[in-house]
Design a protein around this ligand. Structure first.
Ligand code: TYM
Length: 326
């Protein structure tokens, strides 16, 4: 079984990224042949600052290691280090239709119909399909917001195979049962998001303990003071229970039964988050101190990833009729 997933180095990683995706990646690496990538090509589809992207890519790569990914157990790499991604993306752009790209809700949300929006934001799903298909991934562990992109990836794999012959494995998304959609703490009907939430609504993976405490204590709930898991009608308290559940491996409903006030739940949730996140922050600081080791690990990941990616790219290029360079 082959696994691939990716994360954008745009803004800082948050607990939605961690509990929705990264935590399950760490578990997967023990069981499957896994590839995880920091998708810097995707990060330039919206306005960005080059220095921030540079530092953000280093920090995110190191964060994945600090969270428990191990280059000896899986392959962790930076997307732009493997040229096959941009190459296969072109083949995918020539497989996908304008209509399909137009229907992507993420483009509608981020692009908002603006004329100046980058063309790369529109074709983003073709690049994401290339990321997955290059590695012949069977499973793609992601949060709920990536479901539509993965459905398109499946359609493109099937279409390409039908048009040109069997080249790609058709992947399945793997979405956690709890933690797949962590909501914004100040606006719990919206997902916690690097690009659209305000800092008060986000707990960053590297957030210091006193900030975690402050943000959890200010998290929006209702005035009922009745601890109950009901995401439809009681989004604020249910989001806190969900975060508690995914951080401890317990069912949010049974956690609800142990509390009779929001204050007590918030105090214990703060403790749980601090205990989960503090070791990641400590390890990250050590990793960022040794830039030469980080560079070595990045090179190692790119070299491993390239072997699989180049082989698939060549097969896809042969299938569409490109003459190989001699
Ligand atoms: P990105 O960088 O926005 O997010 C990385 C992962 O975190 C998950 N996630 C969440 N999970 C739960 N609650 C949230 N509030 C939350 N916010 C984010 C995302 O679902 C994702 O799994 N397009 C992708 C990156 C990508 C990719 C790929 C993923 C590029 N190529 C190939 C899988 C396979 C993205 O923007 O993720």
């Amino acid at each position: 079984m082959r696994v691939l997933s990716g994360i954008q180095p745009t803004g800082q990683a948050h607990i939605g990224n961690y509990f929705g995706a990264i935590k399950s990646w760490v578990a997967q690496q023990e069981l499957q042949d896994s590839y995880f990538t920091v998708v810097d090509l995707h990060a330039i589809t919206i306005e960005h600052d080059p220095k921030e992207l540079y530092l953000g890519t280093l920090e995110l790569f190191a964060t994945l290691l600090a969270a428990g990914l191990d280059q000896d157990k899986c392959t962790i790499f930076v997307q732009s280090h493997v040229a096959a991604h941009a190459n296969l993306a072109w083949l995918m752009e020539c497989t996908v239709s304008m209509g399909e790209l137009n229907r992507m809700t993420q483009f509608k949300d981020k692009g908002r119909g603006s004329e100046s929006v980058r063309a790369g934001l529109f074709t983003y799903p073709a690049l994401m399909a290339a990321d997955v298909l290059l590695y012949q991934a069977d499973k793609v562990p992601v949060g709920d917001d990536q479901k539509q992109h993965l459905e398109l990836t499946r359609d493109l794999a099937m279409r390409f195979n039908r048009l040109y012959g069997e080249v790609f494995t058709v992947p399945e998304p793997s979405i956690p049962t709890i933690g797949a959609r962590i909501m914004d703490l100040s606006n719990p009907t919206k997902k916690m998001s690097k690009s659209s939430s305000s800092p008060a609504g986000i707990i960053y993976l590297l957030e210091p303990a006193d900030q975690i405490k402050k943000k959890i204590s200010k998290a929006v709930t209702d005035t009922d003071n009745c601890v109950e898991y009901d995401p439809q009608n009681r989004s604020g308290i249910s989001n806190l229970l969900e975060i508690f559940g995914v951080a401890t491996g317990k069912d949010p409903r049974s956690i609800a039964q142990s509390y009779s006030s929001y204050g007590a739940l918030k105090n214990d949730l703060t403790e749980v988050l601090v205990t989960n996140l503090a070791p990641i922050r400590d390890r990250l600081n050590n990793l960022l101190d040794d830039k030469a080791e980080l560079a070595r690990l990045m090179r190692m990941g790119a070299e491993k990833a390239e072997i699989t990616a180049n082989e698939t790219l060549r097969r896809a290029q042969d299938a569409v009729g490109f003459v190989p360079r001699s």
